[in-house]
Design a protein around this ligand. Structure first.
Ligand code: PMP
Length: 353
């Protein structure tokens, strides 16, 4: 009889609801497809792709492009099949049997799954009631468990708030293990990125993605930036050709033309602020501040709110029964028209209560 690796029996697969909503505000994607000029260039580059050849093993083009724009070396940049792959691999490298990985909750739920997949033990630090992170609790958890890795998410999914850079620096300077700063939503935040700390802390790893602000969720491309020594260790574990040439090509075009995405990002931020102030006026809803492309909203009657969204054929992410997020739903900022529909459904909730 076959037997899966001990420890994996209790693993619950990551699953998201896959209803074909008319308005999809559940996955923090960019609401519009790529800008037309970018899309045309991706199409032209794909048409000329040597499909019969393996991809560039070292992904030199994309790594060099990213490195140049950040003022680091290509050896400090690694590409992944989504930042998900980067996070999973980092858990394998710095976690492992009987080693602990520190991460906060509520945060991105995959951290717990990557910890488990790598046979590591989670050391979860609960966020405070205002969703802020107590840096001393992080350091205490890491010291107590002799953790192999700390993962921080800023701005945090699903709470939307930022971990102030001085707190990140405080943790980096005192932790004796690598610290991942997952910046999947950084493009929507006004504050500085942890990338500014790269030269100073050899234990810093910044993870970024093309899936959110750059509208490339379909292609699954993300990257990490760290010191060269650390990046070299990580590259040993990544499988050869783990990012396909189609996705690499699309990411190269998107990165080269990333200025074309600035208006879209500005619009999402403006719409986020509009949604936030309008939703705050609805009786029975509390909207938390957000530096991302989504809003966390707490409803006094979450079932009723979800029902109003369902009636409007709007999909959002339901966290209402999740620990620390009672009554909360996460709403991705959509197009202006989508947000109008969402507001109409939310106002209906306010009336029905
Ligand atoms: N980190 C965070 C905080 C996320 O929310 C997500 C996507 N939901 C990811 C990482 C993974 O993104 P991807 O694999 O698409 O790059």
């Amino acid at each position: 009889m076959w037997q899966i690796r001990p420890g994996l029996e209790t693993l619950k697969p990551y699953s998201v609801e896959e209803t074909a909503w008319k308005i999809r505000l559940d996955a923090n994607e960019r609401p519009a497809n790529l800008p037309p000029a970018v899309r045309d260039e991706v199409a032209a580059r794909l048409a000329a792709l040597p499909f019969h050849r393996y991809p560039d093993m070292h992904m030199t083009t994309l790594r060099t492009m990213i490195a140049r724009s950040l003022g680091v070396t290509a050896g400090q940049v690694l590409i992944g099949s989504g930042s998900s792959e980067i996070l999973a691999v980092l858990c394998q490298i710095f976690g492992g049997r009987d080693r602990h990985i520190v991460f906060p909750a509520p945060s991105f739920s995959m951290y717990g799954i990557y910890a488990k997949l790598s046979d590591s033990r989670p050391a979860v630090v609960q966020l405070e009631t205002d969703f802020s992170l107590d840096r001393e609790k992080v350091l205490a958890a890491a010291a107590k468990t002799e953790a192999g890795l700390i993962i921080l998410c800023t701005p945090n999914n699903p709470t939307g708030n930022v971990i102030p850079l001085p707190d990140i620096e405080y943790i980096l300077s005192r932790a004796s293990c690598p610290v991942i700063v997952d910046e999947a939503y950084q493009e929507f935040a006004a504050g500085p990125s942890a990338l500014s700390l790269l030269g100073k802390y050899p234990n810093l790893i910044v993870a970024r993605t093309f899936s959110k602000a750059y509208g490339l969720a379909s292609a699954r491309v993300g990257y990490m930036v760290a010191g060269e020594a650390l990046a070299r260790e990580v590259s040993k574990v990544l499988l050869p050709y783990h990012v396909n040439a189609l996705s690499l090509t699309a990411a190269e075009v998107v990165y080269a033309r990333r200025d074309d995405f600035a208006p879209g990002i500005r619009e999402i931020i403006a719409e986020r602020e509009r949604l936030s102030s309008e939703l705050s006026r609805v009786k029975g809803l509390t909207v938390f501040p957000s530096a991302t492309n989504f809003l966390l909203v707490q409803a006094q009657a979450p079932e009723l709110l979800l029902q109003c969204f369902r009636q409007g054929e709007i999909g959002v992410r339901d966290f209402s029964k999740a620990s620390g997020l009672t009554g909360c739903v996460r709403i991705t900022v959509g197009t202006a028209a989508e947000n109008d529909s969402l507001l109409a459904a939310a106002r209906q909730y306010g009336k029905d209560r």
